[in-house]
Design a protein. Structure first.
Length: 506
């Protein structure tokens, strides 16, 4: 078994006896200098002048992309206390209580802060409480990060450490006040090259050849440095957040330009977060959340970045040749973001597009926009949406409506919010179901072909002249069940013609 061999662009290689989804027979796929040189009917005998790998009838298709990742947060997640599946604040506190007992048993004079991740309080029967968390952990700093990353539940010791002022009586810190604070506790800079290398190889084991990086950090510097240190099993499009936009403009980098000598890292878009999230009830909507009246300052959610500021940022980026990827979850946020794209005659991506007014769907296609969506979020949040967006869920996570409107679909995970695994996203997009539940708004399902295209940069086949970024899988994705899609066995991944993951015999 070969695990994570380095990419070698210059090598000649032929994948023989390959099946291709949607095609009869088997094929020999010749790779040369990082591209697919030829796709020919399989023949017998030795292929002269090239290294040969027999894929034994397995299915070869374009490599997978995850179009929305927070890679450092995904990498550091394995160090955090797992809060997923907690059905109440009380259950969450029980896990913290056990972690505190373990920390005290270590008898360390200065125990490390406890950082948990993955709670969803949108459907809890009880509420987070600063007093309750202080009772469980009166001295050790405790930071519990929500699954959507948009808020945290802190005890007083953690608030003091991070110089934050949590809400009373909940102990929650949300949105702008929270973003960036976690870096002061668990900075991505503290992760080792081995940490990043293993996380990248884990992605390759699921057939991933590329990601779009939305980590709020100095991506333009950090990712080329990682490649130089051997984190080289992925292509990465890096984003720049508003506070680093001027630096990117000063450097003269434009979207699509390479940032490292090997061309693995390219400049991506400006990322702006216009509103919050559904679970945190900060997604900016036209209608108030249940139980909140007009007197509540955030009855309809939050406008994280004023729309005037958004237009200024987008115009500045456009003038410098930098595309835009704008986070919009609530329907009011989506309307405002579409208005900004239209006013500036600018193309780009709307990230998430979770709730959209009926009259706004058509604008995605009219404006030539990408809808960068995360289908597994619909599975995670269906109950939260039914509770907090009642009467509106027919247009929530409405992937099929976006596709019919002419939007270019791109699928992703928003890792760590969902796993960095494109097969999970594909299965969710095709089935709108998980764990045996009835499909949620099945009219919003899309075809396997559409989901694959949205997960492979629009590539629908293995074609000469395309990059030799390929994945070899054990099942035909066009004919297997949705559960088989979710757990698709990956036999090999190739980046630029070199194996980054393989169980094949070479």
């Amino acid at each position: 078994m070969t695990k994570g061999a380095n990419m070698t662009r210059g090598e000649h290689r032929t994948l023989v006896n390959a099946s291709i989804p949607g095609h009869e027979g088997t094929y020999d796929i010749r790779l040369n200098r990082g591209e697919i040189e030829a796709v020919l009917p399989a023949t017998s005998g030795v292929r002269h002048g090239t290294e040969t790998t027999d894929v034994e009838g397995r299915f070869v298709m374009p490599g997978m992309w995850d179009h929305h990742v927070h890679f450092a947060q995904w990498t550091v997640q394995r160090r955090r206390l797992d809060l997923s599946g907690t059905a109440s604040a009380a259950q969450c506190l029980d896990r913290v209580r056990r972690a505190v007992a373990t920390a005290r048993a270590s008898r360390s004079a200065d125990p490390a802060p406890i950082v948990g991740y993955g709670f969803q309080d949108g459907t809890w029967p009880d509420n987070p409480s600063l007093e309750a968390l202080n009772e469980v952990a009166p001295e050790i700093p405790v930071v519990l990060v929500s699954k959507d990353l948009h808020c945290a539940w802190l005890n007083t010791a953690a608030a003091r450490l991070l110089t934050l002022a949590p809400e009373e009586p909940t102990g929650l810190v949300r949105e702008g006040e929270w973003f960036g604070a976690l870096d002061r506790l668990q900075s991505p800079a503290d992760l080792s090259t081995d940490d990043y290398r293993e996380a990248a190889r884990a992605a390759a084991r699921r057939g991933v050849v590329g990601i779009v990086e939305f980590e709020n950090t100095d991506n333009l510097r950090l990712w080329p440095e990682r490649v130089a240190r051997g984190v080289d099993s992925l292509r990465v499009e890096v984003s720049v957040w508003p506070q680093r936009l001027e630096d990117a403009i000063t450097r003269g980098v434009r979207t699509g330009e390479p940032l490292d000598p090997r061309g693995l890292i390219t400049m991506g878009p400006l990322k702006v977060v216009v509103d919050g999230s559904l679970n945190t009830r900060t997604a900016w909507c036209w209608d108030p959340y249940p139980g909140m009246d007009g007197a509540h300052p955030h009855a309809c959610g939050m406008e994280s970045v004023p729309l005037d500021t958004l237009r200024e940022l987008m115009a500045r980026a456009k003038g410098a040749g930098i595309a835009a990827a704008i986070h919009a979850i609530g329907d009011r946020a989506n309307t405002g973001v579409l208005d900004a794209f239209e006013e500036l005659a600018m193309t780009g991506a709307v990230e998430h597009a979770q709730l959209v007014r009926e009259q706004d769907f058509a604008r995605f296609g009219e404006l030539g926009l990408i809808a960068s969506v995360q289908p597994e979020h619909a599975m995670d949040d269906r109950d939260v949406a039914d509770l907090h967006w009642p009467g509106r869920t027919a247009r929530a996570f409405a992937i099929a409506s976006l596709q019919r409107a002419g939007a270019t679909l791109r699928l992703g995970s928003d890792a760590p919010v969902s796993p960095l695994d494109p097969w999970i996203a594909i299965s969710a997009a095709v089935s709108r179901s998980r764990e045996g539940r009835e499909p949620w708004h099945p009219e919003q399902r899309i075809s396997v072909e559409s989901a694959l295209a949205a997960s492979t940069r629009g590539r629908t086949g293995v074609v000469a002249g395309e990059p030799a970024d390929l994945v070899v899988v054990e099942r035909d994705p066009l004919s297997c069940s949705t559960e088989e899609l979710r757990t698709m066995p990956v036999a090999a991944t190739l980046l630029g013609g070199g194996f980054t993951w393989s169980t094949l015999t070479h």
